[in-house]
Design a protein around this ligand. Structure first.
Ligand SMILES: Nc1ncnc2c1ncn2[C@@H]1O[C@H](COP(=O)(O)OP(=O)(O)OP(=O)(O)O)[C@@H](O)[C@H]1O
Length: 282
């Protein structure tokens, strides 16, 4: 299996939103960070991949099979964590273990308990008695305990404090030591995605603006700080976005195409996202 996920020409229409001709692939063995502003279409994309909502057009393959016809054994290899904890309020981690043991052939009870302990989730407390972060950790523990080969995480770390988030990133990187494993994760915490992702897919107003290797993006783009009038001396085709302020301007530029002696600073994924969003009509 070459691709963990492949979307081709996918469309989804809501009354005032259109996910437009979405095509990308997540190569097996890699992590893709899905970024974009509120309402850009990230969760819609994830729901379409999981076939939780119907698409209007296009094809979706997951783990090498059409997503609508995934056999149950293959479904078991997909671990999902959505923004909201989906476990019923009255269950404890012990109950959840018993239930999931009957649902997943691949359920690994010892692994689940080990994660619960490692993540310090109180196993006797009911879901409704857990903090938001604890609920997320419970969901992540479950997603990692049924021999998942593909993890799909929608804002799964947003409720976690920086220390726990860092620990979770390590858990995800551990998961990736098996080179058949893959992760698609959406997050607004772009520094996290910058740390772990191999690819960045940027959605903007229902369109995919780019889906590229993270290192290539970081190599290609830089932030040029200059006077406003300096911008006129640059070839417009190398400027990917501009921010003007009281004392001058900042431009996201294509480093290789920039001629002359300009000082260009490293761009973060957050810089790249903000400049691209402004340029494409924020
Ligand atoms: N069931 C629905 N019915 C109508 N519109 C919907 C529905 N679900 C989502 N939308 C719309 O689709 C658009 C994209 O929403 P989506 O949840 O995919 O965005 P997102 O990128 O995940 O945003 P956020 O970062 O805020 O979570 C929004 O305009 C939203 O209002």
């Amino acid at each position: 299996m070459e691709h963990a996920i492949s979307m081709t020409g996918v469309e989804k229409h809501y009354q005032d939103f259109k996910l437009d001709n979405l095509s990308f692939t997540l190569p097996a063995g890699t992590i893709m960070g899905l970024i974009g502003e509120n309402g850009a279409g990230k969760s819609t994309t994830i729901k379409l991949i999981l076939d939780l909502i119907s698409r209007d057009k296009g094809e979706v393959q997951v783990l090498g099979q059409p997503n609508r016809a995934l056999p149950k054994p293959l479904r078991e290899h997909i671990g999902v964590v959505l923004e909201e904890c989906t476990f019923p309020d009255t269950l404890t981690a012990h109950h959840i273990n018993k239930i999931l043991k009957n649902i997943f052939q691949t359920w690994n009870e010892d692994q689940f308990h080990a994660y619960i302990q490692r993540f310090q989730v109180p196993a006797q407390k009911k879901v409704k008695e857990l903090s938001r972060g604890m609920k997320m950790k419970l969901s992540i523990a479950a997603a990692l305990s049924h021999d998942s080969k593909l993890l799909i995480l929608d804002e799964a770390t947003s409720g976690l404090d920086p220390i726990v988030r860092d620990e979770m990133l390590d858990v995800f990187l551990d998961f990736m030591k098996d080179e058949t494993h893959s992760i698609l994760m959406s997050s607004h915490i772009l520094s996290d995605l910058e740390k772990v992702s191999d690819y960045i897919a940027f959605m903007h107003r229902g369109k995919l603006l780019f889906c590229e290797e993270k290192d290539a993006l970081l190599d290609r783009y830089g932030v040029l700080k200059c006077a406003k009038e300096d911008l006129d001396r640059l070839n417009p085709s190398i400027i990917k976005g501009v921010r003007q302020h009281q004392f001058g301007a900042e431009a996201l530029v294509d480093r290789d195409a920039l001629k002359g002696t300009w000082t260009v600073e490293r761009a973060t994924i957050e810089d790249i996202m903000i400049f691209f969003a402004k340029e494409n009509g924020r």
